[in-house]
Design a protein around this ligand. Structure first.
Ligand code: NAD
Ligand code: UFG
Length: 333
């Protein structure tokens, strides 16, 4: 298939581009490069041995997106493009609603106008809000607790309404748990600008000596060691989940479905420090600080639906997530 990846130069988009290209699809990347660099596309090409077009474009430029869909005869879209920093979304809610919700509306209008009806959408486990039970299955009530999460919920609701209005749509909403790690080549990975907010990139920068120690945000949660528990998933497994979802959409009879993409296993912050030290031989000094506002104690997936319907299973272990993170980070030293 000819597949357009919006936000394709970003962290998850770049890894998915590799997987889709290696599965024989033609990928076209669309990105405004607000949180990525054009050089990523060359790196993707070095891994796949192919050249992949990059259209530097904002997804809110509806007419241009429409032109790109036509120009490349696009049959399916994976929509990664958007803003994703929870704290920033609290400070700048309008920027988040504009980029994420208006961005999705613009893309969907362009797709509708061009008759493109297959879409995979990047959602997040954040839409479950405060877990009422664990593991989280797709029927768990939703309720976002910050503007970023609300943009994802609004888009999900919009996609459900769109699918209800026109049964020719084939939409897969993928709720990611905590993506970490990098491609085994070390050529692409997660490279946040400024001080990282997320645990794994922060640990990697401590290991590289760029930050002095890790702040562990709270050790008084109701978890086995008191620190927050999350479902960390290797980004290549996540990428594979998109390939499986696109294959599924080719024979699915339902216009819109939701799938969790997680491993189903929860690891604490202290587990992650220990796993990183073991996998890399690096020491990660840390200090326990107060809880971070908005954090939940534990969050991990029931991934049975993706296993059954998409025939998708996460393959990578925690050690590989840590090793590949370090390989990418140390390439930047
Ligand atoms: P990323 O920032 O690395 O990638 C997003 C890409 O979209 C960037 O390259 C950015 O330049 C581009 N972009 C942003 N706004 C755009 C716009 N208006 N038009 C065109 N391009 C635009 O983020 P990521 O981690 O790869 O996340 C991809 C998607 O997955 C996002 O929608 C994010 O909300 C979602 N998600 C990420 C995580 C995570 O922990 N990384 C978890 C759950 C969901
Ligand atoms: N943590 C620390 N110190 C840090 C960073 C994080 O102790 O410097 C802890 C957090 O308190 C939490 C765990 O590490 O217990 C994971 O935190 P992350 O920031 O890496 O991830 P979150 O689960 O908070 O959120 C991430 C994304 C969200 C997404 C969510 C679910 O940032 O956008 O996963 O997919 F919605």
């Amino acid at each position: 298939m000819n597949i357009l990846l919006t936000g394709g130069a970003g962290y998850i988009g770049s890894h998915t581009a590799v997987v889709l290209a290696q599965a024989g699809h033609h990928v076209v990347l669309l990105d405004n490069l607000c949180n990525s660099q054009a050089s990523v596309v060359t790196r993707i090409g070095r891994i796949t041995g192919q050249a992949h077009p990059l259209e530097v474009c904002d997804v809110r430029e509806t007419a241009r997106v429409q032109h790109i869909l036509r120009q490349y005869n696009i049959q399916a879209v994976v929509h990664f493009a958007g803003l994703k920093a929870v704290g920033e979304s609290v400070q700048q809610p309008l920027a988040y609603f504009n980029a994420n919700v208006s961005g999705a509306i613009s893309l969907l209008e362009a797709m509708q106008a061009e008759g493109v009806r297959k879409l995979v959408f990047s959602s997040s486990a954040t839409v479950y809000g405060q877990p009422q039970y664990l593991p989280l299955d797709e029927d768990h009530p939703t309720g976002a607790i910050n503007p970023y999460g609300r943009t994802k919920l609004h888009i999900e609701e919009m996609l459900q309404d769109l699918a209800a209005s026109d049964a020719t749509w084939r939409i897969a909403i993928l709720r990611y748990f905590n993506p970490v790690g990098a491609h085994e080549s070390g050529l692409i990975g997660e490279d946040p600008s400024g001080t990282p907010n997320n645990l794994m990139p922060y640990i990697a920068r401590v290991a590289a000596g760029k930050l002095p120690y890790l702040n562990v945000w709270g050790d008084d949660y109701a978890t086995p060691d008191g620190t927050g528990v999350r479902d960390y998933i290797h980004v290549m497994d996540l990428a594979e989940g998109h390939r499986a979802a696109l294959d599924y959409l080719n024979h699915s009879t339902l216009p819109c479905e939701v799938f969790n993409l997680g491993t189903g296993k929860g690891y604490s912050v202290l587990d992650m420090i220990q796993a990183f030290e073991l996998a890399t031989g690096k020491r990660i000094p840390f200090q326990v600080g107060p809880r971070r506002s908005g954090d939940v104690a534990a969050c991990y997936a029931d991934n049975q639906k993706a296993a059954m319907k998409l025939a998708w299973h996460a393959q990578h272990q925690l050690g590989q997530m840590c090793q590949s993170t370090w390989q990418f980070e140390s390439g930047y030293l």
